[in-house]
Ligand binder design. Structure first.
Ligand SMILES: [Fe+2]
Length: 184
Protein backbone atom coordinates (compact mmCIF):
# COMPACT_ATOMS: atom_id res chain seq x y z
CA UNK A 1 0.00 0.00 0.00
CA UNK A 2 1.27 3.44 -0.85
CA UNK A 3 -0.29 5.92 1.43
CA UNK A 4 2.47 8.39 2.12
CA UNK A 5 1.41 11.25 -0.10
CA UNK A 6 -1.34 13.77 0.58
CA UNK A 7 -3.54 12.53 -2.24
CA UNK A 8 -4.45 9.13 -1.05
CA UNK A 9 -7.53 7.65 0.41
CA UNK A 10 -8.90 4.28 1.32
CA UNK A 11 -10.84 3.90 -1.90
CA UNK A 12 -8.08 4.94 -4.24
CA UNK A 13 -5.19 3.13 -2.61
CA UNK A 14 -4.44 -0.01 -4.53
CA UNK A 15 -1.93 -2.59 -3.45
CA UNK A 16 0.05 -3.38 -6.57
CA UNK A 17 -0.19 -6.94 -7.79
CA UNK A 18 3.07 -8.87 -8.30
CA UNK A 19 4.73 -7.62 -11.45
CA UNK A 20 2.81 -4.38 -11.32
CA UNK A 21 4.65 -2.51 -8.61
CA UNK A 22 4.63 0.70 -10.58
CA UNK A 23 3.65 3.48 -8.30
CA UNK A 24 4.06 7.00 -9.53
CA UNK A 25 7.14 8.90 -8.53
CA UNK A 26 6.50 10.43 -5.15
CA UNK A 27 4.55 7.40 -3.99
CA UNK A 28 0.95 8.55 -3.95
CA UNK A 29 -1.69 5.97 -3.47
CA UNK A 30 -2.39 4.54 -6.85
CA UNK A 31 -0.99 2.02 -9.27
CA UNK A 32 -2.47 -0.25 -11.89
CA UNK A 33 -3.26 -3.43 -9.97
CA UNK A 34 -2.02 -5.75 -12.77
CA UNK A 35 0.88 -5.89 -15.20
CA UNK A 36 0.75 -3.54 -18.19
CA UNK A 37 0.51 -6.46 -20.59
CA UNK A 38 -2.48 -7.98 -18.75
CA UNK A 39 -5.15 -6.46 -20.99
CA UNK A 40 -3.29 -7.01 -24.29
CA UNK A 41 -6.40 -8.18 -26.17
CA UNK A 42 -8.20 -4.93 -25.41
CA UNK A 43 -5.60 -2.35 -24.41
CA UNK A 44 -2.00 -2.63 -25.53
CA UNK A 45 0.89 -2.53 -23.07
CA UNK A 46 2.01 0.76 -24.66
CA UNK A 47 -1.42 2.34 -24.28
CA UNK A 48 -1.66 1.32 -20.65
CA UNK A 49 1.89 2.44 -19.90
CA UNK A 50 1.40 5.82 -21.53
CA UNK A 51 -2.01 6.37 -19.99
CA UNK A 52 -0.86 5.48 -16.47
CA UNK A 53 2.74 6.71 -16.38
CA UNK A 54 2.32 9.95 -18.30
CA UNK A 55 -1.30 10.94 -18.36
CA UNK A 56 -2.54 9.83 -14.92
CA UNK A 57 0.80 10.49 -13.22
CA UNK A 58 0.75 14.05 -14.54
CA UNK A 59 -2.58 14.73 -12.86
CA UNK A 60 -1.25 13.43 -9.57
CA UNK A 61 1.94 15.48 -9.65
CA UNK A 62 0.01 18.64 -10.47
CA UNK A 63 -2.70 17.88 -7.91
CA UNK A 64 -0.11 17.32 -5.18
CA UNK A 65 1.57 20.63 -6.06
CA UNK A 66 -1.73 22.52 -6.09
CA UNK A 67 -2.73 20.91 -2.80
CA UNK A 68 0.09 22.66 -0.96
CA UNK A 69 -1.30 25.70 0.87
CA UNK A 70 -4.82 25.00 -0.45
CA UNK A 71 -6.11 24.49 3.06
CA UNK A 72 -7.24 20.99 2.09
CA UNK A 73 -4.08 19.08 2.99
CA UNK A 74 -4.83 15.93 4.93
CA UNK A 75 -8.32 15.49 3.49
CA UNK A 76 -9.25 12.39 1.53
CA UNK A 77 -9.21 12.50 -2.25
CA UNK A 78 -13.03 12.28 -2.32
CA UNK A 79 -13.33 15.26 0.04
CA UNK A 80 -10.86 17.28 -2.01
CA UNK A 81 -12.80 16.56 -5.20
CA UNK A 82 -16.12 17.58 -3.63
CA UNK A 83 -14.79 20.66 -1.86
CA UNK A 84 -12.91 22.10 -4.84
CA UNK A 85 -15.71 21.69 -7.38
CA UNK A 86 -16.68 25.12 -8.66
CA UNK A 87 -14.24 26.78 -6.25
CA UNK A 88 -10.71 25.76 -7.12
CA UNK A 89 -10.84 24.71 -10.76
CA UNK A 90 -7.18 23.69 -11.29
CA UNK A 91 -7.06 21.54 -8.16
CA UNK A 92 -10.49 20.07 -8.91
CA UNK A 93 -9.50 19.13 -12.47
CA UNK A 94 -6.33 17.35 -11.43
CA UNK A 95 -7.63 15.71 -8.25
CA UNK A 96 -10.81 14.54 -10.00
CA UNK A 97 -8.85 13.15 -12.94
CA UNK A 98 -6.72 11.23 -10.42
CA UNK A 99 -9.88 9.90 -8.77
CA UNK A 100 -11.54 9.04 -12.11
CA UNK A 101 -8.50 7.23 -13.46
CA UNK A 102 -8.09 5.28 -10.21
CA UNK A 103 -11.72 4.18 -10.51
CA UNK A 104 -11.11 3.25 -14.14
CA UNK A 105 -8.14 0.99 -13.35
CA UNK A 106 -10.31 -0.81 -10.83
CA UNK A 107 -13.13 -1.18 -13.37
CA UNK A 108 -11.08 -3.36 -15.72
CA UNK A 109 -9.05 -6.40 -14.85
CA UNK A 110 -7.06 -9.33 -16.06
CA UNK A 111 -8.95 -12.62 -16.52
CA UNK A 112 -12.25 -11.15 -15.44
CA UNK A 113 -15.06 -13.67 -15.56
CA UNK A 114 -17.51 -11.13 -16.95
CA UNK A 115 -19.78 -12.21 -14.10
CA UNK A 116 -21.54 -9.57 -12.08
CA UNK A 117 -21.56 -10.17 -8.30
CA UNK A 118 -24.94 -11.56 -7.16
CA UNK A 119 -26.35 -8.62 -5.21
CA UNK A 120 -25.32 -6.13 -7.86
CA UNK A 121 -26.72 -8.36 -10.60
CA UNK A 122 -30.07 -8.50 -8.82
CA UNK A 123 -30.18 -4.72 -8.40
CA UNK A 124 -29.17 -4.15 -12.03
CA UNK A 125 -31.85 -6.48 -13.37
CA UNK A 126 -34.44 -4.84 -11.13
CA UNK A 127 -33.46 -1.41 -12.44
CA UNK A 128 -32.62 -2.01 -16.09
CA UNK A 129 -34.38 -5.26 -16.93
CA UNK A 130 -31.21 -7.13 -17.94
CA UNK A 131 -27.42 -6.97 -17.76
CA UNK A 132 -27.35 -6.63 -21.54
CA UNK A 133 -29.41 -3.43 -21.22
CA UNK A 134 -26.93 -1.99 -18.69
CA UNK A 135 -24.08 -2.67 -21.10
CA UNK A 136 -26.01 -1.01 -23.94
CA UNK A 137 -26.71 2.06 -21.83
CA UNK A 138 -23.05 2.32 -20.79
CA UNK A 139 -21.92 2.09 -24.42
CA UNK A 140 -24.55 4.67 -25.37
CA UNK A 141 -23.39 7.02 -22.59
CA UNK A 142 -19.75 6.67 -23.64
CA UNK A 143 -20.30 7.08 -27.35
CA UNK A 144 -22.55 10.12 -26.96
CA UNK A 145 -20.20 11.95 -24.57
CA UNK A 146 -19.03 14.88 -26.66
CA UNK A 147 -15.29 15.46 -26.22
CA UNK A 148 -13.44 13.87 -23.34
CA UNK A 149 -15.24 12.54 -20.31
CA UNK A 150 -16.48 9.44 -18.55
CA UNK A 151 -19.35 6.96 -18.63
CA UNK A 152 -20.45 5.75 -15.18
CA UNK A 153 -22.51 3.19 -13.40
CA UNK A 154 -23.35 4.86 -10.11
CA UNK A 155 -25.55 4.79 -7.02
CA UNK A 156 -27.40 7.78 -5.63
CA UNK A 157 -29.87 7.57 -2.76
CA UNK A 158 -29.93 3.80 -3.14
CA UNK A 159 -30.75 3.97 -6.87
CA UNK A 160 -28.45 2.68 -9.60
CA UNK A 161 -28.13 4.61 -12.83
CA UNK A 162 -25.93 5.08 -15.87
CA UNK A 163 -24.58 8.55 -16.53
CA UNK A 164 -21.88 10.44 -18.36
CA UNK A 165 -19.77 13.42 -17.35
CA UNK A 166 -17.54 15.82 -19.25
CA UNK A 167 -13.81 16.37 -18.65
CA UNK A 168 -12.94 15.81 -14.97
CA UNK A 169 -16.48 15.82 -13.58
CA UNK A 170 -17.74 12.70 -11.82
CA UNK A 171 -20.61 11.32 -9.69
CA UNK A 172 -19.06 12.53 -6.41
CA UNK A 173 -20.06 16.10 -7.19
CA UNK A 174 -23.65 14.92 -7.71
CA UNK A 175 -23.70 13.27 -4.30
CA UNK A 176 -23.43 9.81 -5.90
CA UNK A 177 -20.92 6.97 -5.60
CA UNK A 178 -19.47 5.28 -8.68
CA UNK A 179 -19.58 1.51 -9.23
CA UNK A 180 -17.58 1.50 -12.44
CA UNK A 181 -16.36 3.91 -15.06
CA UNK A 182 -15.15 4.02 -18.64
CA UNK A 183 -12.63 6.60 -19.82
CA UNK A 184 -14.09 8.28 -22.90
FE1 LIG B 1 -7.46 9.12 -19.40
Amino acid sequence: MLTSSPLSSRRTTIAAAPGAERAFAGGFGSAIPYPYEALQLYLSKETLEFHHDKHHAGYVTTANNLLKDSGLEGKSLEEIVKETYGKNVPLFNNAAQHYNHSEYWKSIKQNGSGKVPGRLEKALIETFGSIEKVKQELVQAGTTQFNSGWAWLMVKDGKISVSKTGNAENPLIQGAVPILTIDV
